[in-house]
Design a protein around this ligand. Structure first.
Ligand code: FES
Ligand SMILES: [Fe+2]
Length: 334
């Protein structure tokens, strides 16, 4: 198994669920997310009617209930069937699975495990998303690659030198330092000197600090200092959150933020990020996925380089958590 099931996964940005519902597949489960009319609280149900498996999202919303568009069974936000057009009796099996939902920092998370969810305090914070001192941009990229390949890519930013010419290109030659801290795995990429990619002239020093938390949340801080008399410093935060759609496809949720007085507009920032994530990382990762022909990374004996340390630690930690979860499930069913 390559997924951790007992985990909080991001299913979307808060503003993706408004009047219209959001339907997104997470760990191969189609999930319907909508907001209750009065409280605006987001709720999540399996988007599959238990009768003949029609998507509930193709049905009709009635108050806080969904009526299946095929034969009309109606389900409330607790997943219970509350109406059967053809009889008073409601079939006892007519229930749909619901998922605990938590909303924080402009992100909506669902608990995909069984049993009581882990404390929401374990979900990494992205407070910059709601910081009034920042201008935020948000995006989502569906990538046809195993989420662990994308995690490898994020934990080793040396690929910037060849894949992202506009983020420093070949001058992006970092010294990397990796460590573990409070359950997270952190990699510092320190670039002593590179062209100033922010103003377009002069040189800068940059440290890109990538922090991973299980199962696939990455928080990047880019600390930049101008190498001129001003020694001007600033930090650009960004989120890189991965949610497996299936074994070989991943929702990549990304964000970044600028100070209000930054010379770069939000549109320019979005365009630069889309070029990198949609136009450069995505095609490379999809090509890698294809070339691996369904094999696990370790089965192909990959060449190891010191810059792979962060990614390897992440894979090991993740596998440990997945194995522990599988063993606990086996003991339960024995
Ligand atoms: S498929 Fe939904 S009521 Fe029949
Ligand atoms: Fe990249």
């Amino acid at each position: 198994m390559t997924y951790l099931r007992n985990a909080w996964y991001m299913i979307g940005w808060a503003d993706e669920v408004g009047e219209a519902p959001l339907v997104r597949t997470v760990l191969e489960m189609p999930i319907l997310v909508y907001r209750k009319q009065q409280t605006k609280e987001a709720v999540a149900l399996i988007d599959r009617c238990p009768h003949r498996f029609a998507p509930l999202s193709l049905g009709r919303r009635i108050g806080d209930d969904y009526q299946c568009g095929y034969h009309g069974l109606r389900f409330n936000s607790d997943g219970l069937c509350v109406y059967n057009h053809f009889a008073k009796a409601i079939p006892s099996a007519a229930k749909v699975r619901t998922f605990p939902v938590f909303e924080q920092d402009h992100m909506i998370w669902v608990w995909t495990g069984t049993g009581a969810p882990a404390s929401t305090a374990t979900i990494p914070r992205f407070e910059f998303h709601t910081d009034p001192a920042k201008r935020n941009v948000f995006g989502t990229t569906l990538t046809r690659a195993d989420y662990r390949l994308i995690s490898d890519n994020l934990m080793d930013l040396t690929h910037t030198a060849f894949l992202h010419p506009e983020f420093g290109g070949e001058s992006y030659v970092p010294k990397c330092k990796t460590w573990e801290e409070d359950g997270a795995i952190v990699v510092d990429h320190l670039i002593p000197s590179m062209p100033d990619i922010y103003s377009g002239s002069g040189t800068i020093t940059e440290t890109d600090r990538m922090r991973w938390n299980a199962p696939a949340t990455h928080y990047l801080e880019s600390h930049v200092t101008m190498l001129d008399e001003s020694r001007l410093s600033f930090m650009i935060p960004s989120a890189h959150v991965l949610t497996p759609e299936s074994l070989t496809t991943t929702h990549y949720f990304w964000s970044s933020a600028l100070d209000h007085d930054s010379p770069m507009s939000n549109d320019e920032l979005i365009a630069a990020l889309r070029r990198a994530f949609d136009g450069q990382d995505k095609p490379m990762l999809e090509a890698v996925q294809e070339r691996m022909q369904g094999h696990e990374l370790w089965d192909l004996n990959p060449v190891m380089m010191p810059t792979d340390t962060g990614g390897v630690l992440v894979r090991r930690r993740l596998q440990k958590l997945i194995d522990a979860e599988s063993q606990a499930a086996a003991v339960k069913t024995a």
